[in-house]
Design a protein around this ligand. Sequence first.
Ligand code: AGP
Length: 602
Amino acid sequence: MCGIVGYVGKNEKKEILLDGLQELEYRGYDSAGIAIIEDKQLKNFKAVGKLQNLRDKTKDYASEGFGVSIGHTRWATHGKPTELNAHPHMGAYSFVVHNGIIENYQELKDELQAQGVKFLSQTDTETIVHLFEKNHNINNNPWKAFQDTISKLEGAYATLLITEADEETIFFAKNGSPMLIGFNGSDIYFASSDTPIIGKATEVYYLEDGEFGYAKNGEIKLFDANGAKSFSKQPLATDKAMAQKDGYRFFMEKEIYEQAQVMNDTMMGRLLDDKIDFEELDENLFENITNIKICACGTSYHSALASSYLFERISKIPCQVEIASEFRYKEPLLRDDTLFITISQSGETADTLEALKMAKKAGLKSLSICNVDNSSIVRESDAAVLTRAGIEKGVASTKAFATQTMVLWMLAIYVAQAKNSIDSELLKKELDAMRHTPKALVVDEKLHTKMTRLSKRYLHGHGFFFIGRDIFFPLALEGALKLKEISYLHAEGYPSGEMKHGPIALADAELFTVALMPKSLHYDKIKSNVEELCARDATVLAISPDSFDLADDFVKTKYDAHPMLEFFEMMVVTQLLALEISVRLGNDVDMPRNLAKSVTVE
Ligand code: AGP
């Protein structure tokens, strides 16, 4: 997804921009560009593909002395990934970068074109720079021209603009897309998330929707619809070490191995001797709540789906789960006795954020489960529980899913405690199982070697079915999503009992079935479903603590004392399977094609 970096100061600007954009690479992009003004000279470079292409193009350029600069990684929304469509977009004497979508761009573009303005790109963003210059040509006042420009924009934007008409200033505006300002003495940084400026800025201000202003002379002037406003900076995190690969081949691999450790962080201070406690939650949050609705996308949706079984079974509270992009337009009937939970790794997913805004508007209490503090979803929610997974760089989510699921499991117990719907025996059993979870997540080297070996048999065929029952059905969906994201092979997750209602028609030796066969939950039921597939010659990879003679391949799991322990152990097996198939196919594991880490457009 698009990323923004900006800098105003005396340091080498090209390197600050390129290094910053590198930090945003994991979000996914298809082109990149930078624009710099120093000594009244405007320079602009763009390249399609990896950032290295932009580095190559700029290798003979260095920017010394005071100046202003903006950079961008683009993930195509309007128009193909070409150099002309890459940001920064250019007018006659100004440049702009933008994240989000200008919904009324066509109308604005038509108006400008009717006045003779020539457009070079197919993007919505280019309208911003032409509108600015049109306004400036009328009033000869860059600040007023910028204000007039943003007052005309509809939709989501985080934007930076530089212009030769005021060559010491960066103009900025934020509405619906993330943007922050970093400070270090008189140096000022802008970015769409904090990773590009960690180690450079010491303090940060996270812009709110509707805020705009400019950076000049080492200062920020901030405004919103009510006029000039003050703001407070906060210290910026300094630890980037967790975001490095630590000797693993891929971030995804490192993140799979990290799960056992980060799970301890997720549980710390929350899993107590005899209860679950979330000190960040106010007990009033659950007052008068008789129902839970969860909205999320992708992997986060899968953790939500798994938790719906737990909320109903343990907390005895009705729980519905919806895909955020569907929820937004279905005209949902919302009741104020519903707690609205959103789940998001990034905290910036546009569909989830909008679903949250809708629920808030309808008067629902909201809780977010998120990995990124201060993200838009966290700030928008009444309450938040952080998953504490650390920065996740692999586009294919792993440790974020594991920690989301753990938070939701703990939350199900927390709600059960609040509602007195759990007896002490069950509570003890759940807490004991939780304490063993990190062990179930440890990646056994022998298992990894086995998955590497097995993966060579699963590189062809006409598709994969991941099947499971109960909480293992969402895990099957997640296993299939992981595989398709990074292997580009077709994979589907199915409830195993549903196979006979249609999908079993596909069964033959070239249909690969990954069967999740936990011992502690409905083993006999799923066993007969898998037998039905074996009888039709499907190729079966069974994952289970109990041996299964009919399987073509078998992975034996160990932790069968509790369904959640089996869940987490099997999750690791499916993650390794996807990873090793992707490696054998020679794919880009961390940045799979067409995908973005943070999906900030609808
Ligand atoms: C996970 O592997 C995916 N890349 C994707 O489905 C992701 O979970 C989804 O886009 C939601 O993102 P979020 O958790 O940041 O909201």
